[in-house]
Design a protein around this ligand. Structure first.
Ligand code: ASP
Length: 584
């Protein structure tokens, strides 16, 4: 070994020991007669010390010449520090240098390798290996490692086995575009990268594997958003001979285990919420239940008083913001402008201040008297000092906008503490969703999701009303996982393909293998998949999943370090039988 210890290891009890450390030079402080080096490795930082009269002159000069990020090896004796640093675990000691060897030099790094860095996102991504030297980034990946280990421990304990499924497959319908890979040996034909291992894990159930899981890369060619990556990792799971309740219990157990193992916290049993309730109370299928502020339906009390905006609206919905009746004009204008931004899309905002003296002041006093406003307050559960915020319009849009406003108010009032975790299950999603563009129904989850048995009879007559036996795990307003009980009957699966507008031939061409497998003794089964990157970022208290991926892509889907994607040579294309499309 080139070293006896790591840079995070030595303590006061080691004083007097002769040791050898290796690491990167974080910085050199040169006070002439006294020189300090902060030496860093994955485990921490240790201070190296040299002084005139004690340290060999040449060695002292050598110390002074070290540049940032040089890789060095030092030998010396552990000594108690004169002025201690209680911010780092090695802060009581330093190494009195006796020998120094430069193992490798370094160019001056393009940004500071410290927690507070001066490097912008692009620069840090280009030099990701330098970024990864920073404590904050490395500790995120350590959380990821710990999570993966705990996931495997828990599932192994529950008799799940990890099975690898192929990466070169054919389209799996998860609602995004596929990444295609040309096949040299089959010119003009393409593999698709898996959007998920969905069909394979169901086939594994037919094969009798009973409990499967996999930490697996999935690929979706979607427009990127801040928290999306074209390739991401799922904890993918499937079980046989189960009902929904078994799956919810098993994976609630997994989440609780992770909270305990990784964060040392006990979370309560997860409440269950119907999709329909999530939408009507929170305007979202992934409600943040760290705080209340649920929607109140004001249709009955607010319509028919001559205020045309409300009278012409499908929905008049409000939220009660506790203790905010004193908001100033300026604050209310700010919130009004906030909801009018195109991302939120509300036309305006109506407010009612419930004053301390029992009177009301609203932005629509012209149309509504004190009694009217009192009725609103009663319906909303608003008391003295509360502020009512009301939006109106088309039901779907109003719910969405008010849902956003609710989250914004929650954030402004500090009700969304990152260290508080409130998981829940959202259940009974609609099976199908009408798509305006293609003018047909799409599977809300995927086409293998089973309808709730009592709704099956409506599949042909009222497809939009059929509920799915599907569930999402939601934590703090983030969808962490989703799954369903599957269809395991060939006829029901065919009816589902019909409802989705597949012709028999299309269904056969795309999923014939699965339909056929269902004819060879498919057990009842169901499963779930978790977004692993997102789960890690939630545990790490960050909004960005990129921090938890060693080599992420940027928002244009590029890896700026290796500069990919990049053009293929004409030869390569020719070999693959691909002609580039030329516009006329
Ligand atoms: N394959 C699904 C997904 O990726 C999860 C599941 O149904 O198990 O969302």
């Amino acid at each position: 070994m080139l070293r006896t210890n790591t840079c995070g290891e030595l303590r006061i009890s080691d004083v007097g020991k002769k040791v050898k450390l290796n690491g990167w030079v974080q910085r050199v402080r040169d006070k002439g007669a006294l020189v300090w080096i902060d030496l860093r490795d994955r485990y921490g930082i240790t201070q190296i010390f040299g002084e005139e009269g004690v340290t060999d002159k040449e060695l002292l000069n050598q110390m002074k010449e070290l540049g940032r990020e040089f890789v060095i090896s030092v030998e010396g004796e552990v000594a108690e520090r004169f002025s201690k640093n209680d911010k780092i675990p090695t802060g009581d000691i330093e190494l009195k240098i006796e020998k120094l060897e430069v193992l490798n030099e370094s160019k001056v790094p393009p940004f500071k390798i410290e927690n507070e860095t001066d490097g912008g996102e692009d620069l840090r991504m280009k030099y990701r290996y330098l970024d990864l030297r920073r404590d904050v980034v490395r500790s995120s990946l350590q959380i990821r490692h710990r999570m993966a280990k705990s996931v495997r421990d828990y599932l192994d304990h529950q008799e799940f086995i990890e099975v690898e499924t192929p990466v070169l497959i054919k389209s799996t319908p998860e609602g995004a575009r596929d990444f295609l890979v040309p096949s040299r040996m089959n010119p003009g034909e393409f593999y698709a990268l898996p959007q998920s291992p969905q069909t394979f894990k169901q086939i594994l159930m037919v094969a009798g594997f009973d409990r499967y899981f996999q930490l697996v890369k999935c690929f979706r060619d979607e427009d990127l958003r801040a928290d999306r990556q074209p390739e991401f990792t799922q904890i993918d799971c499937e079980m046989s001979f189960v009902e929904r309740e078994d799956i919810l219990q098993t994976f609630e157990g997994l989440a609780k285990y992770l909270f305990k193992e990784v964060k040392g916290i006990e979370v309560e049993d997860f409440p269950r919420m119907e999709y329909a309730d999530a939408m009507s109370l929170y305007g979202s299928d992934k409600p943040d239940i760290r705080f209340e502020m649920t929607f109140k339906d004001l249709n009955e009390v607010a319509k028919g008083k001559g205020f045309k905006v409300f009278d012409d609206s499908e929905a008049v919905l409000g939220i009660c913001v506790k203790g905010c009746a004193e908001y100033t004009r300026k604050q209310l204008d700010e919130i009004t402008n906030w909801v009018k931004r195109p991302q939120i899309g509300a036309k305006g905002l109506v407010y009612v201040k419930c004053n301390a003296d029992g009177s009301y002041k609203s932005s629509v006093d012209k149309f509504f008297n004190q009694d009217d406003l009192k009725a609103w307050a009663e319906v909303s559960g608003a008391e003295a000092n509360d502020l009512l915020l009301v939006l109106s319009g088309d039901l779907k849009k109003t719910r969405k906008a008010l849902g956003e406003l609710r989250l914004e108010m929650g954030s402004r009032l500090g009700l969304r503490d990152k260290n508080v975790f409130k998981p829940l299950w959202v259940v009974n999603f609609p099976l199908l969703e009408w798509d305006e563009e293609s003018e047909r129904f799409h599977a809300m989850h995927h086409p293998f999701t089973s309808p709730i048995p009592e709704d099956l009879k409506k599949l042909e007559t009222e497809p939009g009303e059929v509920r799915a036996n599907a569930y999402d795990m939601v934590i703090n307003g983030v969808e962490i996982g989703g799954g369903s009980i599957r269809i395991h009957n060939r006829d029901v699966q065919s009816r589902m393909f019909d409802a989705l507008g597949f012709t028999k031939e299309e269904a056969q061409a795309q999923f014939g293998f699965l339909l056929e497998a269902f004819e060879y003794g498919a057990p009842p089964h169901g499963g779930i998949a978790f977004g692993f990157d997102r789960l890690c970022s939630l545990f790490g208290g960050s909004d960005s999943i990129r921090d938890f991926i060693a080599f992420p892509k940027n928002t244009s889907g590029r890896d700026v370090m290796i500069d990919s994607p990049s053009p293929a040579s004409l030869e390569q294309l020719k070999e693959l039988g691909i002609k580039l499309f030329e516009e006329k």
